[in-house]
Design a protein around this ligand. Structure first.
Ligand SMILES: [Zn+2]
Length: 308
């Protein structure tokens, strides 16, 4: 399915020490999917409230590639297996990439992973307990994941990413921003490159992203040209994709439907909308126009200007 999102943004923060004529910005689009929230929800499922390997309560660690939640003691042993076998991350302390979170969500956690990794666990085979020794724990974990002794040979957890459609983000115009097209290798992240410009450019450019099944918000971030790092976001805004995608799914193939309104994303005090945003079917495509006010600017007044 094809979605078109037309975006206007206004007034990213501009560093006062730089003259306006030298201003130029990156715009980065990514679907962040409220992923961390999904990971925490997954952690709260009952089968994930005990360690996949020893049954200890309340595990706060995970093996992202295996897709399990584990306790601190088991995480030590997983780490010793090497990251190609087990990529250990703390749910609370580490930064997770979207890919890591997706692979956890695809597996679904301990029950499913164990149904594979312990598929051929002999009846009565002693699994370690929360108070088992390091040696006992290590022997079991190595047998389970390193030599895969209990794995049903025909079953493998394969990494797969399915997309429900393409999202074209059409950046219409804005102030204090300058963009042009560039596609990154990651299919659901796209990023513009920079061209020097005045502070109020008008552009009409498109970025295409694939929408993964576990999609969430679309994040638009504006960066200063010179310092392209996470610390130097000049402003950002999130677009909730849910109204567009769920209404599109509910109405079915837009090519078979006439032009009409199918949904609405409402302006609230805690979103970036300048006004309510309507989801329409226009010429066989699902289309939504949004006017956004950039959030989290470092300083300066934000003024929303609706230009169309
Ligand atoms: Zn454990």
């Amino acid at each position: 399915m094809a979605f078109v999102l037309c975006v206007e943004m206004s007034n990213g923060y501009h560093r006062p020490e730089k003259p306006a004529s030298e201003a130029s910005f990156h715009l980065k689009c990514l679907i962040i999917t409220g992923q961390m929230r999904k990971l925490k929800e997954l952690m709260l499922k009952s089968d994930n409230r005990i360690c996949a390997d020893c049954g200890a309560q309340d595990p706060k660690w995970a093996s992202a590639n295996i897709g399990i939640f584990i306790c601190l003691k088991c995480s030590d042993i997983h780490r010793s297996l090497g990251t190609d076998i087990s990529k250990v991350l703390s749910v609370t302390l580490d930064e997770w990439s979207d890919g890591d979170i997706e692979s956890m969500i695809e597996v679904g956690g301990n029950s499913y992973a164990n149904s594979i990794y312990e598929a051929f666990l002999p009846k009565g085979f002693p699994k370690p307990k929360s108070n088992s020794s390091y040696e006992e724990r290590s022997k079991f974990i190595r047998s389970k994941y390193e030599s895969q002794e209990f794995l049903k040979p025909s079953l493998r957890i394969v990494e797969m990413r399915e997309f429900i459609g393409d999202l074209k983000v059409k950046v219409v115009r804005g102030s204090n921003l300058a963009v042009r097209d560039m596609f990154s290798s990651d299919p659901y992240k796209a990023q513009t490159t920079v061209k020097p410009s005045d502070l109020n450019p008008i552009w009409n450019e498109e970025l295409t992203l694939s929408v993964p099944q576990t999609y969430g918000a679309l994040k638009l971030q504006v960066y200063d040209q010179d310092v392209f790092s996470a610390d130097d976001i000049m402003g950002e805004a999130e677009v909730d994709l849910q109204p567009m995608i769920t209404s599109a799914m509910a109405f079915g193939d837009p090519e078979l439907l006439g032009n009409m309104q199918i949904g609405k994303w409402l302006k609230t005090s805690d979103n970036a909308l300048i006004s309510d945003s309507i989801v329409n079917i226009v010429d066989g495509k699902v289309k939504q126009e949004v006017s956004l006010q950039l959030q989290n600017v470092e300083s300066g007044e934000i003024e929303g200007t609706r230009t169309e």
